[in-house]
Design a protein around this ligand. Structure first.
Ligand SMILES: [Zn+2]
Length: 101
């Protein structure tokens, strides 16, 4: 019963059309747009493997890098970090230029 799907990277979640639920040890929890998060990590050339995501997360609940997080795929709509990502293609291009330049 239930599909035994291995989620190893953000790409695995994006391909299935899901989003990322992140729960910090402090109890703060949010759903982040997986496609945007994936692109964001790629732009920064960070690893998108699930086990490495924590290194670049910032918890709004306790502030700073979460000491421990639980990451799950979810069908829920994103409810946090909306303003965190570029709003359009031009914004993404600017981001990449800024990072590489
Ligand atoms: Zn926290």
């Amino acid at each position: 019963m239930g599909a035994n799907i291995k989620i190893l990277s953000l790409g695995d979640i994006v391909r299935r059309g899901w989003n990322v639920e992140i729960e910090c040890r402090c109890g703060h929890k949010g759903v982040v747009d997986a496609a945007k998060m994936d692109r964001w990590y790629m732009c920064h050339m960070w690893s998108t493997s699930i086990s490495a995501l924590r290194q670049h997360l910032y918890c709004l609940g306790c502030g700073g890098m979460p000491p421990a997080v639980r990451i799950r795929a979810t069908a829920a709509a994103p409810n946090t970090a909306r303003g965190r990502f570029p709003a359009n293609e031009e914004g993404w291009k600017r981001l990449v230029r800024g990072l590489r330049g």
